[in-house]
Structures are given as C-alpha cells and as structure tokens.
Ligand binder design. Structure first.
Ligand SMILES: Cc1ncc(C[n+]2csc(CCOP(=O)(O)OP(=O)(O)O)c2C)c(N)n1
Length: 573
C-alpha cells in the first residue's frame, strides 16, 4: 500500500525508482511541489541548482552521456524552458538519453496565454528533425508513474534521445496514492541473423574495408566485443565526429577521427575504401565531410550501416546493407562473425591507416604558445580516467587532434563534446562530470566566446563542491579575443572584411575565476603551461587557466593570414 502524498513528491519517488540520485535545474514557482519532494527525499537525491537553464540542461545532457542513463533536468515555464532548449537540442543531435521536466500553468488556465505559458508540444516536437523524441503533458496525478516510466523507456530505446514531460502546477499539488513503477529495463534490438551472414559475405569480398564507429548506447562489454571483432578482421577503425572515445586511440588499428578537421589522408582513405562499415554512427554532415566522402544518395563505396534507430537506417544513403542493432549488443553481434584464416588481404591498408594517424599526431612547433603542446601536456600529466569536455570553436581542434582517447571499455566515456556544435557546452559538462565522479579529474578546454556563454556555472561548481576531492576540475580558457571560427570562415569567404566576430572587451578570465572562488593562473608562453597545470592537479579546489593566444593562430593546420592570402590570391587569379 502506498500512502497518499502530493504528486510532486510522487514524481521524485518515481525518479529515485529509476535510479536517479542527482538532477540539475533552475527553480520556478511552477513546480514548488516537486522542489518540496526533493526536500523530503534530500538524503537520497540531490537537486543541483544551476545559474542558467542552458547550463542545467547541458549538465543533464552530460550526465546522460556519461552514465548511458537519462540525465534529468528541471526548469520552469516559458522563459526557463526557452533557456533549456540548447541542452535538449544537443541531446537530440548527440542521441543522448535525457528527460527534461518543465513546469506548466495550471490546467484551468491553459490556452489563455497565461503568465509564461507555452505549448511545449508545438515548441519541442516531436519529430525526427526536432528537439525531442516525445513531448507529453501530464494531466492526471495518478498517471505520473506511467509517464515517467515511458519517458525513461523512450529516452533509452532505439536511438537514444531526449524526452520532455510537462507538469501543470495543479497536477503536482494533487494528492495521489499511485505506486511508482520499477526501474525500466530498456529493450535491446539485435540484427537479424541473415543480415549478419550478408555482412560476413561482404567482408570476405572486400579489398579495402574501413570501419567508422561511434554513437550512443555502447557499454564497456560491447566496446570490448567491438574491439575483438575489428581485431579478428584486422579492420582499420575511424571514430565518428565527437565519438572519439568509442575505440582506443592507442590501438594499432586506430585510423583517426572522422569529423571536423579530419586528417586529409583519412578523408582520402574513406573515399578510397571499397567497403565502409558505419557502426553506431549517424551518417550526418560532420561524419561524411558534408556528404562528400560518401556520395549522396548512392556512395561509390559499398556501405553497411548499423544503427540502433530504425529511422536512421536509409535516411540519407541507399546503403548496401542495413542492420538495426542497439549498441549495447552490437559488439557481441559483430564478434560472432567468423574471420578468415590468416591475415586478410588488406593488412597493408590497415597498417598504413594507423601510420597516417601517427604522422598526423606529430605537431609542428608554434611560438609563443603552442596549443598542441598544451593538449599533449594535459594528457601526459592527467590521470588516465580523466574526462575531457569542450564546447564549439576552433580551439577544440587541438583537443580533437592531439588527445588520444581511450576506448570506453576502460573508463566509460571520457569525451564530453557536443556533436550539435553548441557553444557553452564544455563548462557545464565539466561541472556535471566533476559532481557525478568526484574521484575523477575533469579537464575542460573552452574558447573565450564559448566560455562566456555558460561561465557563470563556475559558481555552481563551488556551491556543490565540484573539484574539491581527489578528482580535480580544471578549465582551460583559450582567449584569442575573437569568435575565431567565424573569423576563419570570413577570411575564406570575405577576406580582410572582419564583421561581427571580434571579442575585444574580454574580461580578465583569471580574475573572474578568482571572484568565483576558483584558483587561477595566466599563461602566455608554452613553458609556463606545465607548471600551471601541475599546480591545478594538486590544488585544493577547481582551477581556471587563462591562455592568451594570438588570434592569427586559427587552427592546428593554418593561420588567418594564410587563409586571407589564399582567398585574395584565388580572387585575383
Ligand atoms: C550557441 C552557439 N552560437 C553560435 C555558434 C556559431 N559559432 C561556432 S564557433 C563560434 C566561435 C567560437 O569562438 P570561441 O569560443 O572564441 O573559439 P575560437 O573559434 O576562437 O577558438 C561561433 C560563434 C555556435 N556554434 N553555437
């Protein structure tokens, strides 16, 4: 027998039944009964109060990415929900399981455009090109447990993603005796045996196969099994855009990341392959080089696409073989394919793919501040299970190129980065990771533009004790005084005509961090970075390192001056 309590309390109990012990949010008067439920159960579940709903929704998204289990966010009506949209969109594009709860006006006031009212089904979808897999407004307190269980199933099954549950205020204050439902067990899809046999036949006929792996829903076991599969077949492996931690970057089969700033040799290899196995990744714009490495709709290469979501299969490409399979069992399914005896005929192709990756890891020296050395120093000094986070901007190019992510079978996910390209993701993601794994070190690399979108979450970190235990929390801000990515595009398309891309009144980031109670250091030359980072690794609290970088240093491959000169030359020629 469940005793009668407010539906707001029942909701908190339902979340605890789903294994949730941390939620992120910004309060609102629309869901006071839920906040009271968090107070009631404060020994078992914590409400991490954030400074902005964008930060809160990014934190919940990061929680979903790290745990492979829905991250949970609470926000208030119209203004709160609007601010939270960025985390929802990121969860959708990144296929991250997440549940966003939004307070709503009381049911007897609906459709009057009451204070802060929004119609969330209209705003957030659902739709396959949208913001959420499912949006529902709970009208009956007794059905709350049913909605919560469905939200968790929906977020986790098929292609994982975000779900929105809308909570009218009066519904939350209604008493209910409805018992909560047990923790969901998501259903895993397996490929048909015939499809696996066809895949084996295609591999047996291939001359230059290449696997591109990534996507959401891998488990440690499945990633280990994936490694067994590619080892048995000696397949070169690329990781999809911002899924670089799916396969061990130190492995002799690793060929590099197939995303923005791809090694040109790897791009050529994707084009030269005669069989591409896309395992778990969406065949989106970033992983296909703007739909160019693989021609649309019928690629020159034979294409096999394995994905958890039926709607992703055949979405863009007319592939030769489609397999619907949850990534939690994909490794196991693939590892059943019996390899041919002896080394396959593509052994040289595989060896040279890894050699290309290694050559791309060698960095030219840059003065006075060498970002490649910064990133390499971070990885040399930081513990092996360190979680790396970033938002969007050219600064992330150095992190992507020079960090060797370990396969997620070792320490779970270690790359928290938005495939949606959302600026502002890195700081909140780092705070969330530090709160969820207090014994692990978390390193965020942010651009100056990127940092200033969510930098106020430094306060959230302090308020909730992030980075004060054995695990350190370190944010490295790459301050080049410009929205450098946009400046890069401008120099290519409209050389010398800088417009709307300056960031010329930046704060002193180190002073700002100190004001938030963080340690801070400022670095302008390469040799000062290592001592600053080493100090951060033993500091008794979080540290921000402010890097001053010349704006001309555009990417790991080029400078603004070179881009401008090339663009002007091509115009005059
Ligand atoms: C929320 C959001 N707004 C705008 C953009 C477009 N955008 C992509 S990168 C970028 C500039 C990033 O600047 P910064 O963080 O300083 O990094 P940099 O490129 O200079 O290394 C902008 C404005 C975006 N991706 N996300």
């Amino acid at each position: 027998m469940t005793t009668t309590r407010l539906a707001g309390h029942a909701l908190v109990e339902a979340l605890m039944a789903q294994g949730i012990d941390t939620v992120f949010g910004v309060p609102g008067e629309s869901y006071l009964a839920v906040l009271d439920g968090f107070h009631e159960h404060r020994e078992r579940i914590r409400f991490v109060v954030c400074r902005h709903e964008g930060g809160a929704s990014f934190m919940a998204e990061a929680q979903g990415k790290l745990a492979g289990w829905p991250g949970v966010c609470f926000v208030t009506r119209g203004p709160g929900a609007s601010n939270a949209a960025i985390g929802l969109h990121t969860a959708f594009q990144d296929s991250t399981p997440m549940v966003l709860f939004i307070g709503q006006v009381a049911s007897d006031q609906r459709d009057r455009e009451a204070f802060q009212e929004l119609d969330y089904r209209q705003v957030f979808g659902p739709g396959t090109l949208g913001m959420a897999k499912w949006v529902a407004e709970v009208q009956h307190a007794d059905r709350l447990p049913e909605y919560v269980a469905r939200a968790f199933h929906t977020a986790l099954q098929g292609r994982p993603g975000p779900v929105v549950l809308v909570l009218p205020e009066d519904m939350l204050t209604t008493p209910t005796a409805a018992p909560v439902l047990p923790c969901v067990v998501p259903v895993l899809a397996w490929p048909a045996p015939g499809a696996l046999r066809d895949l084996r036949t295609m591999l047996m006929l291939a001359e230059r196969p290449l696997a591109i792996v990534g996507g959401s829903g891998w488990t440690a076991k499945s990633a280990r099994d994936l490694q067994r599969f590619v080892e048995a077949w000696q397949l070169p492996v690329g990781c999809g855009f911002r899924f670089q931690d799916t396969f061990d970057n130190r492995h002799a089969l690793y060929a590099g990341d197939v995303g923005i700033g791809i090694n040109p040799k790897l791009a050529a290899r994707v084009r030269d392959a005669d069989l591409v196995l896309a395992i778990g990744v969406r065949l989106g714009e970033m992983t296909t080089g703007g739909y160019s490495h693989l021609a649309v709709p019928r690629p020159a290469q034979k294409l096999v696409h394995l994905h958890a979501g039926a709607e992703e299969l055949g979405r863009v490409y007319a592939a030769d073989l489609l397999l619907q399979c949850s990534l939690g069992v994909a490794g196991q399914a693939l590892a059943t394919l019996e390899p041919p005896p002896g080394l396959p005929r593509w052994a040289d192709w595989t060896t040279s793919a890894h050699a290309d990756y290694e050559a791309n890891h060698v960095a030219p020296t840059v003065v006075p501040l060498d970002m490649a050395q910064v990133v390499k120093t971070v990885q040399r000094l930081a513990p092996p299970d360190t979680v790396y986070t970033n938002g969007a901007g050219n600064f992330s190019g150095w992190l992507n190129r020079y960090t060797r992510y370990f396969g997620l079978q070792h320490h779970g996910r270690t790359q928290l980065a938005p495939t949606s390209g959302a600026m502002g993701y890195g700081v909140p993601a780092a705070v969330a990771a530090a709160l969820l794994y207090p014994a692990r070190t978390v390193v965020n690399i942010a651009g100056d533009g990127d940092f200033q979108m969510t930098g106020q979450e430094l306060a959230t970190a302090r308020a909730h004790g992030a980075g004060v235990g054995s695990g350190k929390l370190i944010s490295i801000v790459v301050d080049n005084g410009t929205f450098g990515t946009i400046r890069m595009h401008q120099e290519r398309e409209y050389p010398g005509r800088v417009s709307g891309s300056d960031l010329n009144a930046n704060p002193d980031f180190a002073a700002l961090a100190r004001a938030y109670g963080w340690h801070a250091a400022r670095v302008a030359v390469t040799r000062d970075f290592e001592p600053a980072f080493a100090a951060a690794l033993v500091a008794d609290g979080p540290t921000l390192i402010h890097l001053k970088l010349d704006a001309d240093v555009s990417t790991p491959r080029t400078t603004l001056a070179a881009l401008r000169a090339a663009a002007l030359k091509s115009r005059s020629g």
